[in-house]
Design a protein around this ligand. Structure first.
Ligand SMILES: Cc1cc2nc3c(=O)[nH]c(=O)nc-3n(C[C@H](O)[C@H](O)[C@H](O)COP(=O)(O)O)c2cc1C
Length: 359
């Protein structure tokens, strides 16, 4: 059995294989509520023999949304809409279902990318963003309001409430989004965190608020379900900013707080980042974190070929692989991978005739 198709047991959750649908914003929500689009988008993955299906970044408050069209989880109606999606996926296939809970910090209140990358939400559509410091991401971006301790305590509570709602909605995995230059990563990185109180300066201080969020989520998220954290393992800023060594220190702290798996991404702190984009470009980061801490990891970033994905798992470089763009292109990528690797994949009865079709 190729390792890509071996189940992965984490807590009392077993992923039927190691192929993960990476979180992907759809900018198709209305007032934070999931719409028909989400049913189509996530529903097609539900039929496709994948191991774990993540929702897109789902925000813990209205202010924390990246755009006005992003998903939220801060009212009963949001919870009910997401519970419906969990039911839909679980009724269709055997994939585990994960939610990514998030706060966009200084990168909130933007337009969906197809209305202009880096364009602010205008007029009544937009709102004032918050961050560790009153420093904009880039020229033309909003200068956020620097959070005080009361504001930070509110956000910690919002994450805990969103995690409670996620558990009630039936998710198997809760991933806390601490990557891509959004709020938690903004506190971690000296590029965005210019504070001189207990939450800025030394690494220990910069980790304090993100770790407080993880502790609050862990306290309410069921012990038998999987707690994940997505990190940016580096700012890709040539010796400046947040580094892999910092991430390893952070990962040790996450492990001590009961995090079950780390989803290893990168970048997002600065428009000046320099990423050497090539197949599997972030796999060495996932591997380094796994080796240094013993915490299971998910690798992500230009993993597109079945043999490549299988080798990552087989060589113990990561415990699972997340795919984003390749799964937009081909939701049935796992069928193709099963064919290439000679593995079995779960197929709904309704689709059996399509699976066996000789072409
Ligand atoms: C359309 C789209 C939306 C994305 N939205 C999110 C998101 O909500 N949360 C997140 O952590 N990453 C998001 N990402 C990043 C992906 O999860 C993934 O890490 C990245 O695309 C690299 O993987 P890939 O090379 O397989 O596409 C998004 C990527 C795409 C293409």
């Amino acid at each position: 059995m190729p390792h890509l198709f071996e189940p992965l047991a984490l807590c009392s959750v077993t992923l039927p294989n190691r192929i993960v649908v990476s979180p992907m914003c759809q900018y198709s929500a209305v007032d934070g509520l999931a719409t028909d689009w989400h049913h189509v988008h996530l529903g097609r993955y539900a039929t496709a023999g994948l191991g774990l299906i993540f929702t897109e970044a789902t925000h813990v408050s209205a202010v924390g949304r990246i755009t006005p069209a992003c998903l939220g989880l801060y009212t009963d109606a949001h919870e009910a809409a997401l519970a419906r999606i969990v039911r839909l996926i679980k009724a269709t296939g055997n994939a585990a279902v994960g939610i990514q809970i998030a706060h966009a910090g200084r990168k909130a209140s933007m337009q969906p990318p197809w209305k202009g990358v880096g364009k602010r939400a205008e007029g009544a559509e937009g709102w004032i963003s918050v961050g560790p410091s009153a420093v904009a991401f880039d020229d033309g971006w909003q200068i956020p309001r620097a959070l005080d301790e009361a504001g930070m305590a509110t956000i910690v509570r919002e994450f805990a409430i969103a995690a409670t709602r996620s558990a009630r909605a039936g998710f198997d995995v809760c991933e806390v989004h601490s990557a891509h230059g959004y709020l938690m990563h903004e506190f971690l990185s000296p590029i965005s965190n210019k504070r001189n109180d207990a939450y800025g300066g030394a690494l220990e201080n910069r980790m304090r608020f993100p770790l407080g969020i993880v502790e609050a989520v862990r306290a309410v998220w069921p012990k038998d379900r999987v707690l994940a954290v997505r990190v940016s393992a580096t700012d890709y800023m040539d010796g400046e900013g947040w580094s892999l060594d910092d991430t390893i220190a952070f990962a040790h702290e996450l492990k001590a707080r009961g995090v079950d798996i780390i989803d290893v991404s990168g970048g997002g702190s600065s428009p000046k980042q320099k990423i050497d984009l090539k197949p599997g470009y972030q796999v060495p980061l996932a591997e380094a974190i796994k080796r240094a801490t013993g915490v299971p990891t998910i690798a992500v970033g230009l993993i597109t070929r079945p043999e490549q994905a299988d080798a990552i798992v087989r060589e113990g470089r990561a415990d699972a692989v997340a795919l984003a763009r390749a799964l937009l292109h081909d939701p049935f990528w796992a069928w193709r991978a099963a064919d290439a690797l000679g593995a079995d994949v779960a197929v709904p009865n309704q689709y059996l005739r399509g699976r066996k079709l000789a072409v």
